[in-house]
Design a protein around this ligand. Structure first.
Ligand code: NAG
Ligand code: NAG
Ligand code: NAG
Ligand code: NAG
Ligand code: NAG
Ligand code: NAG
Ligand code: NAG
Ligand code: NAG
Length: 478
């Protein structure tokens, strides 16, 4: 099993223990003279920048207490004048930089975090301006009406944006938001950590992201998105802390990421019921590779449940999950419409899970009563192969919809070892059709065994695979 983000079982156990005991993920802070100009550092990016500035040039104080929202804004405003002159990078030096929400406002821009930089999200709601709900969702996803708090780092209508670091940290300090959510004290949908809308050529890489108030990384209505080398950590009982949510995006590559979270490690989306159908923007041409997940009550990779713009051509390989509810989980419902099709996954290694193969068709949470009960989702062409799973409760739960069968399901070369007290009904299948080959335990009769079937995996290359990174330096300045 290839795995470039190495970790030991003891680290994983320690993380889980810390999460259970402390309720939040905390990191040891490396003592370092805060705010000092770092030596020249090198990093990989889709584009290097001609101009460079330090956050401290704009009055920021990295003591973890001083609010730096104005410094981030001043820095980004000042650097935006270079958008058409070789672009600019803002360097966040060692220190703890408390800030409210800030916007990336110009194209050809890089936000670079030194490895000892920690961006700390403010816990004051007033530091997160209200922004309009997403047109493909109709209402805020927390289900509390119009308006939502802006994401900590937000950008819209941009091209060529890089958010990276040598594993610097962004800490969403989410606990206060999770508590308000549980106590029903939120009037608006919680902030995400990073959200980029309507943009092209985005890179988010080599960062540690912890304790987001809700979803962590949310590229939406965008294309050519590269997500690499993220370590994403949240307590396994924190609400809606999805790791990475590509939403109505085309050409996305997610690789070498490690997620521990309280919700789906990756959730592929494209809008919700009648709003998503009307907006009509699918997520397609998505690659996920060398991915590791821990999330005891959620999926390693979910497709949906908001999929009303469609999800097509998803290619997943070399996935490891250590303690999860399920592998790839398709989630949909009557009212969603659209489709989930041409899904391919291979080389997945799972241990300790409830369902290896999971398709749910009764995800009956709707934005409002205006959804169309005739809008049936089409689910077809689902291909899984080379799967090894151990300590499994149920091999498969695959439910289509009466009068809307989910078809073209292919599962080959899958070896599932059951837990000590396995359930009797290992394959629970309804309203589906397809084949299996060389699969144990033996499948249901809706997926008859055929000899020597090798389920499909595409041979062609997607354009996002041919994006090459340049070596950039933090000291470049004009
Ligand atoms: C991330 O860091 C690794 C080394 O830790 C490096 O090989 C890789 O090029 C970096 N990737 C990006 C996109 O910065
Ligand atoms: C960011 O931009 C949006 C508009 O796109 C605006 O509503 C919001 O107030 C801005 N946020 C900040 C912190 O200035
Ligand atoms: C951003 O782009 C979208 C889609 O092209 C457009 O509808 C919207 O008006 C643009 N927003 C801004 C702030 O330019
Ligand atoms: C980045 O930092 C996290 C948290 O400390 C750590 O678990 C991970 O291994 C680091 N990644 C790299 C590539 O150094
Ligand atoms: C939420 O709204 C209610 C009334 O609609 C108001 O009383 C309450 O103060 C608001 N809460 C916050 C945190 O703004
Ligand atoms: C197997 O899974 C169960 C939960 O279903 C868990 O309690 C147990 O620790 C796991 N065993 C091993 C060996 O991982
Ligand atoms: C079956 O899957 C396993 C695990 O990925 C792999 O090692 C093996 O080569 C596969 N067998 C065939 C015939 O492809
Ligand atoms: C089988 O799946 C159906 C939903 O399709 C569910 O209602 C039922 O409880 C499941 N049966 C078992 C034994 O898990």
């Amino acid at each position: 099993m290839e795995r470039s983000i190495g970790f030991r079982a003891s680290d994983v156990i320690q993380t889980i223990l810390a999460v259970l005991v402390l309720g939040t993920v905390s990191l040891r802070v490396v003592e370092c003279k805060q705010g000092s100009v770092p030596d020249a550092l090198h990093y990989s990016a889709i584009n290097c920048r001609k101009h460079s500035a330090l956050l401290t040039d704009f009055g920021a104080v990295g003591d973890g207490k001083t609010l730096n929202t104005k410094a981030f804004k001043a820095a980004i405003d000042s650097l935006s004048k270079y958008a058409s002159d070789g672009g600019a990078q803002l360097i966040v030096p060692p220190g703890k930089w408390l800030t409210g929400s800030f916007n990336l406002t110009s194209s050809h821009f890089t936000l670079f975090l030194h490895k000892d930089a920690i961006i700390l999200a403010s816990q004051d709601e007033a530091e997160f301006p209200l922004v309009s709900t997403l047109p493909s969702y109709g209402i805020g996803r927390d289900g509390n009406g119009d308006g939502r708090f802006s994401s900590l780092i937000f950008g819209t209508n941009l091209t060529d944006i890089v958010i990276t670091g040598n594993n610097g940290t962004i800490d969403g300090q989410g606990k206060i938001w999770w508590d308000k959510f549980h106590q029903g004290q939120l009037n608006f949908t919680r902030p995400y950590m990073i959200e980029i809308l309507y943009s092209d050529n985005i890179q988010i890489s080599n960062l540690t992201l912890i304790n987001s108030p809700s979803w962590f990384v949310h590229p939406t209505y965008s294309s050519n998105v590269l997500i690499q080398g993220l370590t994403i950590l949240a307590p396994v009982d924190s609400p809606n802390t999805d790791g990475i949510d590509p939403d109505s995006c085309t050409n996305t590559r997610i690789e070498d990421c490690f997620v521990v979270s309280g919700d789906d490690c990756i959730a592929v989306k494209s809008g919700w019921d009648q709003y998503g159908i009307k907006f009509g923007m699918p997520t397609k041409h998505l690659i996920i590779r060398r991915f590791t997940c821990i999330s005891p009550d959620s999926a390693t990779i979910a497709l949906g449940s908001e999929m009303s713009g469609g999800i097509q051509d998803v290619r997943v390989e070399d996935v490891t999950a250590i303690n999860t509810q399920s592998g790839i989980r398709i989630k949909t419902a009557i009212g969603r419409g659209a489709y989930v099709k041409d899904i391919y996954a291979r080389r997945m290694t799972f241990t300790t899970m409830k369902y290896v193969f999971y398709i749910s068709s009764a995800y009956n949470q709707h934005p409002d009563t205006g959804f169309d009960p005739k809008a049936l989702p089409e689910v077809k062409g689902i291909n899984y192969k080379d799967v090894v799973a151990t300590n499994v409760t149920y091999t498969a739960r695959l439910e289509g919809i009466p009068n809307d069968h989910f078809t073209g399901i292919c599962i080959s070369n899958a070896t599932i070892s059951l837990s000590e007290m396995p359930k009797e009904l290992q394959w629970n299948c309804s309203n589906i059709a397809g084949v299996t080959s060389n699969v144990t335990p033996k499948s249901c009769n809706l997926l008859p065994e055929k000899e020597k079937v090798d389920c499909a995996f595409p041979e062609d290359r997607l354009p996002i695979e041919d994006v090459h990174l340049k070596t950039c330096s933090t000291t470049e300045t004009a």
